[in-house]
Ligand binder design. Sequence first.
Ligand SMILES: [Zn+2]
Ligand SMILES: [Zn+2]
Length: 622
Amino acid sequence: MINIKLPDNSVKQYEAGITPLEIARDISEGLARNVLAAKVNGEVQDATLPIMDDADLQLLTWRDEEGKAAMWHSSAHIMAEAIELLYPGTKFGIGPDIENGFYYDVDFGDYTVSEKDFTRIEQKMLELAREKQQFIREEVSKKDALSYFTEKGDEYKLELISELQDGEITFYKSGYFTDLCRGPHIPDTSFIKAVKLMKIAGAYWRGDENRKQLTRIYGITFPKKKELDEYLVLLEEAKKRDHRVLGKELELFTFSQKVGAGLPLWLPKGADLRERLELYLKKVQRESGYEQVITPHIGNVELYKTSGHYQKYGEESFKPIKTPAEGEEFFLKPMNCPHHCEIYKATPHSYKDLPVRLAEFGTVYRYEQSGELHGLTRVRGFTQDDAHIFCTPEQIKSEFNGVIDIIERIFKALDFKDVLIQISLRDKENREKYIGSDENWEKAERAILEVAEERGLNATIEYGEAAFYGPKMDFMVKDAIGRKWQLGTIQVDYNLPERFELTYVGADNEKHRPVMIHRAPFGSMERFVAVLIEHCAGNFPLWLTPDQFIILPISEKYQTYAEKVLNLLKKYDLRGFIDGRSEKTGRKIRDAELKKIPYMLIVGEKEEKEEKVSVRKHGKEI
Ligand SMILES: [Zn+2]
Ligand SMILES: [Zn+2]
């Protein structure tokens, strides 16, 4: 008999060799109908694989990310099976699950596949799904694996197999299709009730542009038709909120190939909005005891050797800049932290001065592959709302509380209601890979957990996810249509104070190392503005929006009165302008609606006489 511990800590006894699916059935038939895969001692595996020893077991369903992943990856197999049946002789590359669905890289030979083929493939996939095909795992020798795909004539699979060790190769067979795969998969195909192929793209085999371009087909599946319908509605909504489209329409930012890929250009309205965000944050930070600093955009190579960034990222960053005469090497600043360490070091510190909180809207540059760039969310130059706190180990808890106060205040002001937090701690089994004393780690981890507990934060704890230099807390927001976005972070660091030999004089008159805390509530201004645009669909909070009002005179006769109104509102620091075009009022209203200006102030004869304006709110029919 073996002991199976379930997530609620209850322990059940079963005979060795029982499968997770059978355990699910023992608990309830309803549960068994929903089990997609299982996590056994932290490893995701097929729910149909036997368990031989005592184990921790978590049954994975559609509600779990890993359950979804198993379903989507299995769907890639079904798509390949459908394609193989419909287009004999097709060869296959790789077919993983992704964030939303899956893809398979396919070589159709002479056939040019297009979206016109989608319905046919979808229908076939549903047909195969209904057959309730089981995914059968088979361990094969390298020799047999090679001979199977040699016979089939699939050079892609042969190349993958040639890189694997004998003894670690598995095939999965479902219905008519056999694939080289590690798994895990869902028990059978009947879980797949709705299928949608999304798009086609070219993809070089193994990401190498010198090799053959395969056809990547993206798709997604669901256990219920209703969920697919909801997903498609969400996609439509997301399209309308795309920050790249709205950023253009609202004249917030642009990109120029001449300036360079991934380097955003902020237009006047966007720069104005961003400055308001920065001023707001600066004000909040000043009230919380931060001091503003300014550092240059480049730093000497020695600075980054001291910080360790050179050793770690040197190869993957922009190439150094050299001075013509002295041959000194400078790097574009990838992070503000090393500079701030030098600022801390510039003056002596006593325990009485701590914490020291240095803040900077620091622009940094990081190399990203051109294919990875995306609007404002993935760029090569961006401004972090950065700050570094230098404190004693005892102050970590109160500093975390202080930073969370700021973050909560900002999220509230910007109408983000759903905030999720991830706390990343050390791997309990593997403590030697972390820098800093065990005692300090204990102290910091306990402080972070206490803060989360005392504040009732919606937090998940991940062991083993901490950086080698300290534990951290990451902030995610859910936007208005339920998508999750990674934003800011608070991160403890025992490494940089060591490398930069930072000290303070303690009450004992001895020198001590301060702890450093990195924190950036927004992450970066670029990313944050992108998320904000997608969250509010361009309808910014009134205090932040570029133009709060637009004055619409119904004819040229009322231009003078419109100017009078404009001047009055400007005196109260309100932002807006007059649409003085000789267009019909209906047209002006439609244009103002498209610009998402919150208030339209219509002025005509009656308004002028009564010294009033007629107010129309954005998005509201009168
Ligand atoms: Zn697979
Ligand atoms: Zn930092």
